[in-house]
Ligand binder design. Structure first.
Ligand code: IPM
Ligand code: MN
Length: 352
């Protein structure tokens, strides 16, 4: 099969971790007889520096013309403490999600047997946890009307949701639940927010169409607690954009390191596959960042963009083996040897 992949490493540790995922993709292609064609494009702070725009038109074109986007991270400390900045690296990611119509963000959380003791949570709580966070990605406060009034002294962000946006993400939630343990948890704040009441109303309308799936409803504050006190409760957790952003960072603690959490963003056009950890600027260029989340995102790319399940499995197997054997970066190494980003990438690629 011919695989057209857009490579968007972005900022910070993005280029290093995407570099490792590319080694692994190449190894998979070689083993399974696929031909990969990469195109490179700028996004985030590096795109602002070069084009004055975090998601330039050229980049969008490259994405549209590819079958999948392998994405690193965006962000740069130069912008972090400047609330007045007119252009920001994060706008690149948001524009890409919006323009590609990527309304569904899948963030699976699993535990690795040899890592459960690394979780900040008690081993018996996390051992065996396995759930999918499904985050709505192109609506809510991220994209609703925002602005300032009163000479800048009043600010607002609107948490706007349309019925069709809620329906399509819940539908996906039900479909994934059907393929898993048939349990969907709809997370909202329906006791306070009108937008959440719309979510809950629509979920209640849809639930009878999926009698084989157990639906339950949970307030987001309670879900935040449940994620760390009883993560095994969850199978598929579906929620709106902002809640999903927050809860998935929290959920990453379950697996022991943020450096392990992969994601896929899918919707109307080309899907984007990226680690959830962000640009981690303190580690940029040091060859110490954990590449496994990006490598696992490449596994999701094979599975979701190309329907190549065996290829995805081959990557997952090699990653699990590297963890078992302790071929890991400093975030996971504990008292053991700390391998560099590129050593881990080389090892996983060699074990495909
Ligand atoms: C994420 C990130 C982004 C988000 C930022 C970088 C805009 O935190 O993918 O979770 O908030 O969605
Ligand atoms: Mn986030």
């Amino acid at each position: 099969m011919k695989l057209k992949i857009a490579k968007l490493p972005g900022d910070g540790i993005g280029p290093e971790v995407v570099g490792q995922a590319v080694k692994v993709v190449d190894a998979v292609a070689k083993k399974f007889g696929h031909e990969v064609e990469y195109s490179f494009a700028y996004v985030g702070a590096c795109a602002i520096d070069k084009f004055g725009n975090a998601y330039p038109e050229e980049t969008h074109k490259v994405c549209l013309e590819s079958d999948a986007v392998l994405f690193g991270a965006v962000g740069d400390p130069r912008y972090d403490n400047d609330p007045t900045a007119k252009v920001r690296p994060e706008q690149g990611l948001l524009a890409m999600r919006k323009q590609l119509g990527l309304y569904a963000n899948l963030r699976p959380v699993e535990t690795f047997k040899s890592l459960v003791h690394k979780s900040p949570l008690k081993e018996e709580l996390v051992d065996g946890a396995d759930f999918l966070c499904l985050r709505e990605l192109t609506g809510g406060m991220y994209f609703g009307e925002k602005g300032r009034r009163d000479n800048g002294d009043t600010a607002f962000d609107t948490n706007l949701y349309h019925r069709y946006e809620v329906e399509r993400i819940l539908k996906l939630g039900y479909e994934y639940a059907r393929r898993r343990r048939k349990h969907l948890t709809v997370v909202d704040k329906a006791n306070v927010l009108e937008s959440s009441r719309l979510w809950r109303q629509i979920a209640q309308e849809m639930a009878p169409q999926y009698p084989d799936v157990t639906t339950d409803y949970m307030y987001v504050d309670n879900a935040a607690m449940k994620l760390i006190t009883g993560p095994k409760f969850f199978d598929v957790l579906v929620t709106e954009n902002t809640f999903g952003d927050i809860l998935t960072d929290e959920a990453s603690c379950v697996s022991g390191s943020m450096g392990l959490l992969a994601s896929a963003s899918i919707g109307e056009h080309t899907g984007v596959y990226e680690p959830i950890h962000g640009s981690y600027p303190q580690a940029a260029g040091k060859n110490i960042a954990n590449p496994l989340a990006t490598i696992l995102s490449a596994a999701m790319m094979f599975e979701y963009a190309f329907g190549l399940m065996e290829e995805g499995k081959a990557i997952r197997r090699a990653v699990a083996l590297s963890i078992d054997k302790g071929i890991v970066t400093e975030d996971l190494a504990g008292d053991g040897k700390k391998y560099s980003t590129s050593e881990v990438g080389d090892w996983v690629a060699a074990h495909i």
